[in-house]
Design a protein around this ligand. Structure first.
Ligand code: TEU
Length: 562
């Protein structure tokens, strides 16, 4: 597309045109042999990251933490986690990214802190302490507080009794992750000050952890009936959430050229624009769970019903989410992250004959939708779930504590273990597979989480030299997206919507029309496009001999132009 036409596109923004690459620092590259990835490890791989063609790196939390939840429990927001390195390492890493034209987004975890944060230590020390009000306390004289569900608690209880002051404190996540009290203006000011510290250092944005949960009704009433069975929705509907985000925007975000993305559990197509419409203004983007949770019943336990979803549901969800942003706001798209299993195992097929094909097909999906793609490190290699069959192999507090909880309930442990082979979070956290040397070249020590034994055949080194590898496919399609604004801004239209096997859609912009065909099954499948395919030009696909007649080979992906 020529520059004049490009200039006609309204509301262009760098973060709409970006491909975000998410790195889980603990598992990317270890530089000092302690078995834990670190910032110097990332520095040593900056040229690899650059070679992918991505624009933005999002790093999971890198701040001081006792690591009850791998850094999502922060004890000091302005210090680097000791396992990850020092502030000098951070500065060098940021400069190295910027030199290469890569932006850096950090994780903002401010719904809760660690119980080892100095604020909480003060807060729990006495009812009269000036920091008392930084967290949510319920004094025992008031009786037992109304039930709040915790994601990670061994009893599922978000209230923890603290003997020192004879009160309960609130923790939606683990008991080492007490929820901060956003109703207290001092807490908000502390957070804004900390955010400015990082922006002044030059970072390019924040991914905001469970930011939808920050506002709470501090009278803590019984959970209203309509939320029974869906407490996530309740947590995400705190009355003052938008007031806080608008204040944050006014006082911090609007002063910098940065991007923001809400982790948005509980966001729906009905309310997402309240977070991301330009005229609010609050945040730039949000990511939802409606698609990624398909088949998980209930989502907070990640028990999988393999027949609990169909491709039709999947298409409906993505189409509905595309439509929301027709006039305002902007979407996100992802199929994997550190809270999710590996994309190819969950949404494709990780058997040897289909792994590469289905990885490439899913990558094609992510790179051709009208939304900013968030691509999870290792998916470019087609890394697969490790599928632990015993609880002892897990390191994730979520799986470990769910195991304890279900055991206490006398529930079905077998179902948990089997489901978590597909849905467990540690599947997406195994070390990056660099080469076929010991520990996949990730560490010279003992890795903190087992390396997937398939590293001998699935690794970056082998894929570098194979022009048809999933790695090189990813590089090509990233470049292709960036060179073709129709894939970024073009109108999306679902085609053959009732087709149970093929996801087909068109993208159109200023006279250019692309048709994307994705076979989500291991069978040959046909699609009715109502377009004259004989006129189409083949642009890109995952087979050397692409199908151009509407009948697709197993997991085939093709992009055609009209
Ligand atoms: O995740 C929030 C969280 O629990 C989501 O995974 C979601 O609410 C759930 O899957 C519903 O299906 C964030 C981080 O991404 C995660 O790693 C942390 O453990 C958690 O917050 C606590 O900080």
């Amino acid at each position: 597309m020529n520059e004049t036409k490009k200039n006609l596109i309204p509301n262009r923004k760098w973060w709409k045109e970006a491909v975000v690459y998410q790195i889980y620092p603990r598992s990317f590259k270890d530089s000092d042999g302690d078995g834990i990835g670190d910032l110097r490890g990332i520095i040593s791989k900056l040229d690899y990251i650059k070679s992918l063609g991505i624009d933005v790196v999002w790093l999971n939390p890198i701040f001081a933490s006792p690591n009850d939840d791998n850094g999502y429990d922060i004890s000091d927001y302005q210090t680097i986690m000791k396992e990850f390195g020092t502030m000098e390492d951070f500065d060098e890493m940021l400069a190295g990214m910027h030199e290469r034209g890569i932006k850096l987004v950090l994780d903002l975890v401010v719904n809760h802190s660690s119980d080892e944060h100095k604020w909480f230590k003060q807060s729990r020390s006495s009812r009269k302490n000036p920091y008392r009000n930084y967290y949510h306390w319920w004094d025992e004289e008031k009786g037992k507080p109304a039930k709040r569900w915790s994601f990670f608690d061994v009893n599922g209880d978000a209230w923890k009794y603290d003997k020192a002051t004879k009160s309960y404190y609130l923790h939606y996540f683990s008991e080492k992750q007490p929820d901060l009290n956003w109703e207290n203006p001092k807490v908000r000011e502390e957070i804004y000050k900390m955010m400015r510290f990082w922006f002044d250092k030059g970072i390019d944005g924040f991914r905001m952890d469970v930011i939808t949960f920050i506002s709470k009704d501090t009278t803590f009433p019984e959970l209203p009936e309509k939320y029974h069975g869906n407490f996530i929705q309740y947590y995400a509907e705190g009355e003052r959430r938008h007031e806080y985000l608008q204040e944050m925007n006014r006082k911090v975000l609007s002063w910098y050229d940065i991007m923001t993305v809400a982790e948005g559990p509980g966001t729906t197509t009905e309310n997402v624009l309240e977070y991301v419409a330009e005229d609010r203004p609050e945040l730039n983007m949000a990511y939802h769970f409606e698609a990624i949770d398909l088949g998980l019943q209930p989502p907070e336990r990640r028990l999988l019903d393999p027949n609990g979803w169909s491709l039709i549901d999947f298409k409906n969800v993505y189409s509905k989410w595309d439509a929301v942003f027709a006039e305002k706001g902007w979407g996100t798209i992802y199929l994997g992250n550190h809270d999710q299993p590996r994309m190819v195992t969950r949404w494709g097929n990780d058997a040897p004959e289909f792994r590469e094909l289905s990885s490439k097909m899913l990558t094609t999906f992510l790179m051709t939708m009208r939304a900013t793609p968030y691509y999870y490190f290792g998916d470019e290699l087609g890394m697969t779930n490790i599928k632990f069959d015993k609880i002892e192999d897990y390191r994730d507090i979520m799986t470990i504590n769910l195991h304890k909880l279900i055991e206490k309930e006398g529930g079905d442990i077998e179902q948990l273990i089997e489901s978590h082979k597909i849905s467990g979070r540690d599947n997406g956290r195994t070390p990056f597979q660099w080469d076929d040397t010991a520990n996949a070249g990730f560490t010279s020590g003992e890795p903190w989480l087992k390396v997937n034994p398939n590293y001998e055949t699935i690794n970056a080194e082998l894929q570098e030299i194979d022009e048809n590898s999933t790695l090189n496919y990813f590089r090509n399609i990233v470049k292709y997206r960036k060179d073709n604004p129709v894939l970024i801004y073009g109108k999306y239209t679902l085609v053959d919507k009732d087709n149970p096997n093929v996801y087909a859609f068109t993208r159109e912009l200023y006279g250019k029309k692309l048709l994307v065909l994705l076979n989500f099954t291991e069978k040959e499948s046909s699609v009715k496009t109502y377009l004259d395919l004989s006129r189409a030009k083949f642009l890109l696909g995952n087979y050397p001999n692409p199908s151009v007649n509407g009948t697709l080979k197993p997991f085939e992906a093709v992009i055609l132009e009209f």
